[in-house]
Write a protein that binds this ligand. Structure first.
Ligand SMILES: [Zn+2]
Length: 247
């Protein structure tokens, strides 16, 4: 059986001299792991189309126990991300997250649209890196069923208070009159978190924050992610060591 779809290569590793196994976030079938036999040997377009961060159209052959790549043709290879080690490491972190949160054998249009847009902004330097990190973390968590409830204080319904606290384990807000269990979140950071969770996709990347507020936002979205996904992301550690962020 053949599966025809497009997708982003989010992981690749070599098997033997000429082969590689790739993980692809596909539009129609979610995450697919497939053998790309002879991909390193081929001088055809399928070599660049099956490398990490390539967005390509694929034809997969579905065997009894595994998939293999029959055809691959690249649409976008994000060349600018490969030239810059810092951007590349952040892009690899986004790919790792997609591999962790993306669906299997289910449509993944929203995940693909989110990560492709994030990578475009990262490649073009048209949004701050910490903003892209926070948007991808929180929006992808939301897509995967971990959307926090940021509407109001969970206890008293207070919508906007000077002092709000975010409880990362429960994914909800508590105002300073009702408790102080979580991390303090300023009004501008809270507005950004609400925007990332609730805005239409077309407006998702349209907000601005000061550098200081972006750092707070990034710390919060990452803490929320790590409270729910019990995993150490090596790509993120590497990115931080390069960016020398005090996070
Ligand atoms: Zn309250």
């Amino acid at each position: 059986m053949q599966l025809k779809t497009d997708g982003l290569v989010i992981r690749e590793y070599s098997v033997g001299e000429n082969d590689r196994v790739i993980t692809v976030l596909t539009r129609d079938y979610g995450i697919i792991r497939a053998f790309a036999n002879g991909a390193k040997r081929l001088k055809s377009r399928s070599q660049s189309a099956t490398q990490l961060l390539a967005y390509s159209s694929f034809v997969f052959y579905q065997g009894r126990d595994s998939y293999s790549v029959n055809e691959a043709k690249s649409k976008e290879i994000f060349f600018k991300l490969r030239e810059d080690i810092e951007k590349l490491s952040l892009a690899q972190y986004f790919c790792e997250l997609a591999g962790e949160l993306g669906p299997e054998m289910d449509r993944a249009d929203d995940y693909l649209k989110l990560i492709l847009n994030t990578l475009h902004f990262l490649a073009k330097d048209s949004r701050p890196q910490l903003m892209l990190k926070a948007v991808l973390e929180l929006r992808m968590m939301s897509l995967a069923g971990y959307m926090p409830d940021l509407t109001a204080c969970d206890h008293c319904g207070n919508f906007e208070d000077a002092g709000m606290f975010f409880e990362k384990e429960k994914g909800l807000l508590v105002c300073c009159k009702c408790g102080s269990g979580g991390r303090a979140v300023t009004a501008s950071v809270l507005a950004a978190m609400r925007h990332i969770c609730y805005s239409d996709f077309v407006k998702l990347f349209n907000f601005t924050l000061s550098d200081e507020a972006l750092e707070c936002l990034s710390v919060l979205t990452e803490a929320y992610l790590k409270a729910h996904i019990q995993k150490n992301f090596k790509t993120l550690d590497f990115y931080k060591s390069l960016a020398q962020l005090k996070l």
